[in-house]
Ligand binder design. Structure first.
Ligand code: SF4
Length: 437
């Protein structure tokens, strides 16, 4: 694998109204939806039935719930309808390995989107950190196996050294990189001025280096458990900014596989993600479709739309899609977790953290050590041991294969689809507590 420096570093994000708008005060917008906490096996399937193909018919999808107009920013990003699906050059599906992103993928297929138009994008939250992990050991293998089984290219991107690199940051943030699906080449975004200055300082190694580095940035605390993404830095720095930066750097179709033989400008991209209203109060107010933050229609003739195709689905609807396509859910669901994404998510409940302590005692011990070193607890109020208290572990031991995957990180291609009867995983229908991301 080779490495090369590429164009733009991320844009200054503190000024981006997206970070205030999507989880802020949204009292004007109250769509109807089923909360995951109220959903059971007996909930009727409403939205999760098979879709009819519309690709190539000129039909435009409109949102079931009209988009928000409660601020100038929301008016600016409002999208009344998508383009006909066949008019997008590429459909980028943000895949976490969780059930909602998988259901979003099958929705695209059922609507008739050809596989050649789809690309999976995954953000690796650990960014190649040599010693520490925040995410499940098997997520990368699970996603690679799924993308191979479905014959969809996978583009993985990350911020170097991931969550723990950012947690212990004194100085500028690490650069963003991605791996090209076909060549496996690692591409690095241009280094920020701050980062270059920090590197120079490190080379000189002055006696007061730490103090000098601090003027370029200082993290040294866990993300805050809040909907405000300027303080919940993990979602902002390790996911949203990573995706945006990579998108801004992929300025021509050549790097997206040149699906129609086109190159250069006039690109139309559809970014698809799996958020659902039923997961949290914040997500309940999301738009189904909007103009994406990286849209640059006038400057670069690049149209980027975002679509959340399963936004109105209940948890039951989502499982129905996985059942129909016989997809084996991520091993964490089968081992008792109600949600996927980061294994040690800051929003994990005491029961989920007790499960982490059981499966990964060393990772848990190091997390406790982080609290001591930083003088800052992961929970807003108390240390992790106190937070867990007497809570029992969420781990379900009836699925040995799933536990094996979680512990070893292995996930074989043979396990992508269920052979025989598809069953709900042990973690299904236990609400959405434990993480919004
Ligand atoms: S899943 Fe949790 S820990 Fe991971 S980025 Fe999202 S909020 Fe942060």
């Amino acid at each position: 694998m080779s490495s090369q420096t590429f164009r733009k570093e991320e844009i200054p994000w503190e000024a981006d109204p997206y970070f205030q708008q999507h989880d802020g005060q949204l009292a004007l917008f109250q769509p109807e939806f089923m909360r995951d906490a109220d959903c059971t096996k007996d909930t009727p399937v409403i939205h999760g039935r098979p879709d009819s193909p519309i690709y190539g018919t000129g039909k435009r999808i409109r949102p079931r719930v009209p988009g928000r107009r409660d601020s100038e920013y929301m008016k600016k990003i409002l999208l009344e309808e998508l383009l006909p699906l066949e008019e997008y050059d590429r459909v980028i599906l943000l895949i976490s390995g969780g059930k909602d992103s998988i259901a979003s993928y099958y929705k695209l297929l059922e609507l008739g989107v050809p596989k050649q138009k789809i690309e999976f994008w995954h953000h690796d939250i650990d960014g190649g950190n040599p010693t520490r992990r925040m995410d499940w050991r098997c997520t990368s293998h699970y996603i690679h196996a799924f993308s191979e089984a479905e014959h969809i290219p996978l583009r993985v991107s990350w911020r170097k050294n991931g969550f723990f690199g950012e947690l212990y940051r004194i100085g500028a943030s690490e650069p963003i990189e991605w791996q090209e699906p076909e060549t496996c080449e690692i591409i690095q975004c241009a280094l920020s001025k701050k980062y270059i200055e920090c590197q120079k300082l490190k080379e000189k190694s002055p006696a007061d280096i730490e103090k000098q580095l601090e003027q370029f940035g200082y993290r040294m605390k866990f993300p805050m458990k809040t909907g405000d993404l300027s303080r919940r830095w993990c979602s902002a720095y390790l996911k949203i900014m990573v995706a945006d930066t990579v998108l801004r750097n992929l300025h021509n179709l050549e790097q997206l596989g040149k699906p129609d033989g086109k190159s250069g400008k006039d690109i139309r991209l559809l970014v698809v993600s799996g958020e659902r209203r039923g997961e949290s109060a914040g997500r309940s107010k999301y738009n189904e479709m909007e103009v994406h933050r990286t849209n640059a229609a006038a400057k670069s003739r690049r149209i980027v739309h975002q679509w959340r195709p399963v936004i109105d689905y209940s948890e039951k609807d989502v499982w129905e899609v996985l059942k129909r396509h016989k997809v084996n859910p991520h091993p964490c669901y089968r081992a008792g977790w109600n949600r996927c994404s980061c294994a040690m998510c800051i929003f994990s409940t005491p029961t989920l953290f007790a499960g982490i302590r059981e499966l990964y005692p060393e990772d848990y011990r190091m997390l406790r050590q982080d609290e001591k070193v930083l003088g800052f607890t992961l929970d807003n109020d108390c240390d992790l041991d106190t937070f867990i208290g007497n809570a029992g572990s969420c781990v379900y031991h009836g699925d040995k294969e799933a536990i094996h995957s979680l512990v070893t990180g292995e996930f074989s291609a043979d396990s992508v689809y269920v052979q025989g009867e598809w069953k709900y995983p042990a973690g299904a229908f236990h609400g959405a507590e434990g993480g919004p991301c």
